[in-house]
Design a protein around this ligand. Structure first.
Ligand SMILES: N[C@@H](Cc1c[nH]c[nH+]1)C(=O)O
Length: 373
């Protein structure tokens, strides 16, 4: 039997790590006073495809319900949580969630996320708490080699504003920027001002340490809005640095990967292979569909990826009790006397090398007892 493309079975260590990652996420977020939230796996497509959320229906797993409305398997937690809490009193809230998202444009159709959303908070406080929660969590699951990247949606948007592109042109350009395709950016802007074109092409390379900010403070000296974005990013970096973190980069040419982002964007990369372990950003505009002007920011971890990178420590001692059908109950009783160990029962010892200790059930003076072999 085969599986559809994008679906995967999971076994052993990957499951153990994923469950451990989930449990630690629950503990870390609970201690930071996040409240747990869960939304159903099946939702109306509209929650994600409405004009403000702006997600692409094509990448969703969908069907028509009996009333002819399109339903989907949850493609995104952020829009679902916004729908769920929209009617609540607009006071400072911190939400944490865990579960799958389903998208056909990803490597695997199903991916498991653990995420946080902070709404109605002071913007800087919300962003700092998101990033510091990420740092706290990664430390707790022993992932220590990663890089945090900061970007901002409005840099690209402000730079292309004079070009007055239509939505399709803007999307094509954004996608070329996202893929850092300088050739494509040049092609797409062939009929436009060469100055803006050149600025955008240079922006693709505007990533690195804090020095990139200083460099662009000079380039954008007469553009107060861009300067204030740089200042904002610098403050976040300084905060992270003062908690002892050093691996932080900025990518001024970064564009949004989700349509609802509007403001700061964050990503976390595992140093070893560059894979993205978390991603998030500010999305105040998502709440405008509920006629709310507010502050909203969050991020989500790719738990499958974290599980792959977690170190598996098998500190438990492994034992095996050799028994027979008639002594199986004796072995079972002895097993309960070894609560700290991983204990197998076998009738014929196989794979001896994996066990630290092997026991056997023997008969002595008409009585059974378990002894070390
Ligand atoms: N929902 C985003 C992550 C996020 C959470 N909050 C804000 N952004 C994603 O799937 O990438």
């Amino acid at each position: 039997m085969f599986l559809p493309a994008g679906s995967q079975d999971e076994t052993g260590v990957q499951i153990a790590n994923r469950l451990k990652a989930s449990e630690i996420f629950r503990k870390v977020t609970e201690k930071r006073n996040f409240k747990a939230i869960s939304t159903p796996v099946v939702e109306y497509a509209h929650t994600f495809t409405n004009k403000i959320a702006g997600m692409d229906l094509q990448s969703m797993l969908k069907w028509f319900n009996s009333e002819g409305e399109i339903e989907v398997l949850r493609p995104d937690w952020t829009a679902a949580v916004a729908r769920a809490i929209a009617k609540q009193h607009p006071s400072f809230q911190k939400w944490a969630y865990q579960g799958s998202v389903f998208r056909i444009d990803k490597d695997g159709t199903e991916s498991r996320q653990a995420g946080i959303e902070i709404v109605h908070a002071d913007p800087f406080l919300g962003e700092s708490e998101c990033l510091l929660t990420a740092v706290d969590y990664l430390k707790n699951i022993d992932i220590n080699n990663y890089v945090i990247e900061l970007g901002h949606t409005r840099i690209f948007e402000q730079m292309i504003a004079p070009l007055q592109l239509n939505q399709k042109e803007e999307e094509a350009l954004r996608s070329a920027m996202y893929d850092k395709r300088m050739d494509l950016v040049e092609d797409l802007l062939i009929n436009h001002s060469s100055e803006i074109k050149q600025d955008l092409v240079s922006l693709i390379d505007a990533y690195g340490g804090k020095e990139v900010i200083s460099q662009y403070e000079i380039v954008w000296a007469d553009q107060p809005e861009l300067l204030s974005i740089l200042d904002h990013i610098r403050k976040l970096i300084e905060l992270l640095e003062s908690t002892g973190l050093s691996e932080i980069i900025v990518d001024l040419g970064r564009v949004k990967n989700l349509p609802y982002y509007d403001g700061i964007m964050f990503r976390g990369f595992i140093t070893k292979d560059g894979s993205t372990c978390f991603s998030g950003g500010r999305y105040d505009r998502l709440y405008r569909q509920f006629e709310q002007e507010t502050s909203a920011v969050g991020l989500a971890f790719d738990v499958d990826l974290l599980a792959q990178h977690m170190i598996t420590e098998n500190s438990l001692s492994r034992g095996c009790i050799i028994a027979a059908p008639e002594t199986h109950a004796i072995a079972e009783k002895y097993r309960s006397e070894l609560p700290e160990d991983i204990v197998d029962i076998q009738y014929k010892l196989e794979n001896e090398a994996v066990y630290h200790t092997v026991y056997e059930v023997i008969r002595e003076n008409n009585q059974y007892k378990v002894v070390r072999k």
